[in-house]
Design a protein. Structure first.
Length: 367
């Protein structure tokens, strides 16, 4: 039997998704607690945060002891978002220490101290092999990660299955996350290249007809809510793809962004992969420009992911409400309304002409 006072534990609770999930859960449960390495930031109203470093067994144990002492022994759901992520593409040891072994520590500590009704793991659609346009992959599509980040998620899913004991586990395999102000690095950098009319905005080394599924932040939170609310009805182990079935191609994104930003279309010029990799390497290693596009990304430029989310709809009652196609105009409107603020929110470096324009606007406003 579940009670509204049972604990909802959210790891990685300081992040954008973690904070949003805590707010959504607090509207439904009285006992919402976050674990994060930095607990100094104030949690959402009515929630609690505990400082926990999941790479350290003693820290995990101490945090769980505090959780039990102050909130009781019953956990309705653990929403495990904490993980390591980097666009560098290298097999960083933190994938193992944070994502894989951090999950093992957490799961072992929970099993030793609590009655746990559910463990929700934030995974990625990229655990699957890429497909071709026209194919919608489902949860039975072959596993085949193509770089370090999804490979770490595969290893973690395997660890959860092997070590969960009698704790029911749900793997939510998310598409790329965005919101109304973008906050998706691949999309934000594509917008930047077009907005600044960079030469790179017209070049592409992959197949322009290929694309990838995305999912709005609100739909991510809603999927997690559905997983928690339906936990009594789900099997002991379940995996769900969470994303929009439509995968906009690179070419369609290119033309859509260009039309909305500049009122014109940008043709895409195909660049052979080896040439593009040399250019990316020169920018990164010789010129020290730290470009977003790394040589390893060029190998992945032809990957295609379109999703069949019928299992999530049938078993959790979830399907996406938003769509990237309908949200792109909102992203562009945010960029045009205040390009400096948009860049800051999306971790982009403004071009010098943008800073000059911003200073001129400030002077005009002060007159």
């Amino acid at each position: 039997m579940a009670f509204k006072s049972d604990i909802i534990l959210v790891t990685g609770s300081n992040g954008r998704i973690g904070t949003a999930v805590m707010k959504a859960m607090r509207a439904r449960y009285d006992n919402v607690v976050g674990f994060d390495s930095n607990a100094e930031e104030n949690p959402p109203e009515g929630c609690t945060r505990i400082a926990v470093d999941i790479t350290d067994e003693a820290s995990v144990g101490s945090g769980l002891d505090v959780l039990r002492a102050h909130h009781g022994p019953r956990v309705a759901s653990v929403i495990h978002l904490a993980a390591y992520y980097s666009f560098e593409g290298t097999d960083d040891p933190r994938y193992e220490s944070v994502t894989v072994n951090g999950t093992r520590r957490l799961l072992a500590g929970l099993r030793a101290r609590f009655e746990v009704q559910q463990f929700v793991f934030s995974s990625t659609m990229l655990v699957h092999k890429p497909a071709e346009p026209g194919i919608f992959i489902n949860e039975d599509w072959p596993i085949g990660p193509t770089w370090a980040y999804p490979a770490s998620k595969v290893r973690t899913e395997e660890a959860i299955r092997a070590e969960r004991g009698d704790v029911p586990a749900v793997m939510l395999r998310f598409a790329g996350v965005y919101n109304d102000r973008c906050q998706s690095p691949p999309l934000a950098h594509q917008m930047q290249r077009i907005y600044e009319r960079q030469i790179e905005s017209r070049l592409y080394s992959g197949s322009p007809s290929h694309g990838t599924s995305y999912v709005h932040m609100d739909d991510v939170v809603n999927a997690i809510v559905h997983a928690v609310e339906r936990r009594a009805d789900l099997p002991p182990e379940a995996a769900f793809l969470i994303g929009e079935p439509e995968a906009l191609s690179y070419d369609e994104l290119q033309h859509t962004f260009a039309r909305l930003i500049h009122g014109e279309s940008f043709d895409t010029i195909a660049v052979p992969g080896p040439v593009a990799k040399i250019g990316a390497w020169v920018e990164d290693k010789l010129l020290g420009q730290d470009p977003f596009i790394k040589p390893w990304m060029i190998d992945r430029a032809g990957d295609h992911y379109a999703l069949d989310v019928s299992r999530a709809k049938a078993m959790m009652g979830w399907e996406p409400v938003h769509s990237l196609r309908r949200t792109i105009p909102k992203m562009v409107a945010a960029l045009k309304a205040d390009d400096i603020a948009f860049y800051r929110e999306n971790g982009l470096t403004p071009a010098e002409w943008m800073l000059v324009n911003a200073r001129e606007r400030a002077r005009e406003a002060g007159r």
